[in-house]
Design a protein. Structure first.
Ligand SMILES: [Zn+2]
Length: 346
């Protein structure tokens, strides 16, 4: 029987309700564990996260949240479990890594391992429990993650490999490991692509090509952050090939002038893809950071705007914008409830 794997155990997919497919209960780059500004109290932070999640459950029916934080970016299984217990929200944890650009993701320990070694870890995270700080926890991951791309304005699109694809050697290892783990376990793969790269290359298509070549099921792949470029050709091609797109950064002005500007861009993309019959291929999320570790919010750290978005913004602000474009309640239900339920089921 199909099931969705949350940190507190498997649930029936019909119990998932409104589901956001890419959030971060905690978000912190490698090295932050030595930062004086990153000393935090577990109980206080767990309670803060739970308060937001509980509001989502009671006021907006947001019953399930995928924490798409890779292990090296501060994934904390025990914090997830505690926030889930206190809030009543189902939390789904991730196994897999961030992009290799600028050493942001795939720590050195993992760069040295074989595809088979990485695949074994991914499968054990999904079936035995995740390891935190050298301790095996009883909390299992419920989705795989793989990442590619540069760092936007900070670092442009990575150079192409021999096959013309802009994907690094360690990312390629992880792609093969993730595809292998998916074949064994049967769960979904969510992905990080760099939105700025879509103006120069075909990041979603390149990633899907590599995943398919490694044997992944494209119907259980979600291409994340695939929304910023106004030219929809790449998105249409991804839908035509039977994979899924995650419309995220709703209410967060990532690499745009304002949240309104990005909302309008992505609402138009949603309306156009729906018009073409691709509504079954869409999921929504914020990419919100619930707690962080980089000091006060400044203009130099614009990513921290991911913390400010209101948890009900999708329902209060983005849904009315979509409704004006003919994307009503029934369509919203499909994208927030039906599609993620189908995708996240093992
Ligand atoms: Zn994210």
């Amino acid at each position: 029987m199909a099931k969705i794997r949350t940190v507190l155990g498997d649930i029936d997919p019909t119990d998932a309700g409104v589901t956001l497919t890419h959030e971060h209960i905690r978000y912190a780059y490698p090295g932050c564990e030595h930062d004086h500004r990153n000393v935090w109290d577990f109980d206080t932070v767990a309670a803060e996260i739970a308060q937001v999640l509980a509001l989502g459950v009671t006021r907006y029916g947001i019953k399930t949240v995928v924490d798409l934080t890779p292990a090296e970016i501060g994934r904390h299984p025990e914090l997830m479990a505690e926030a889930s217990r206190q809030s009543g929200a189902h939390l789904i944890a991730t196994t897999g890594f961030f992009p290799e650009s600028a050493a942001m993701g795939i720590p050195f320990h993992w760069r040295r391992q074989s595809v088979e070694y990485i695949e074994e870890m991914l499968v054990r995270d999904l079936t035995e429990g995740m390891v935190y700080d050298s301790r095996l926890t009883p909390y299992k991951a419920g989705i795989l993650k793989v990442s590619t791309g540069g760092l936007g304005k900070m670092q442009p699109t990575p150079a192409a490999g021999d096959d013309g694809r802009h994907v690094g050697p360690y990312e390629r290892k992880c792609i093969r490991a993730v595809a292998g783990a998916q074949r064994k376990v049967g769960c979904a793969i969510n992905t990080h692509t760099q939105p700025m790269d879509y103006a120069f290359t075909n990041p979603g298509i390149e990633l899907l090509d590599l995943l398919e070549e490694a044997g992944a099921d494209p119907g259980k792949v979600i291409i994340g952050h695939a929304f910023v470029h106004p030219n929809l050709d790449q998105l249409k091609e991804l839908c035509r090939r039977g994979t899924n797109l995650q419309i995220d950064h709703i209410g967060i002005p990532w690499q745009n002038e304002s949240a309104e500007q990005l909302d309008e861009l992505i609402a138009n993309a949603v309306a156009a893809l729906t018009e073409l019959g691709y509504i079954d291929r869409l999921v929504f999320s914020y990419d919100r950071f619930f707690s962080h570790a980089r000091g006060p919010i400044t203009a130099e750290e614009p990513e921290q705007l991911n913390e400010l978005v209101y948890w009900g913004y999708l329902h209060e602000s983005f849904a009315p914008r979509l409704a004006k474009k003919g994307f009503g309640k029934a369509e919203l239900h499909k994208v927030l409830v039906d599609n993620p339920r189908r995708l996240l089921a093992f």
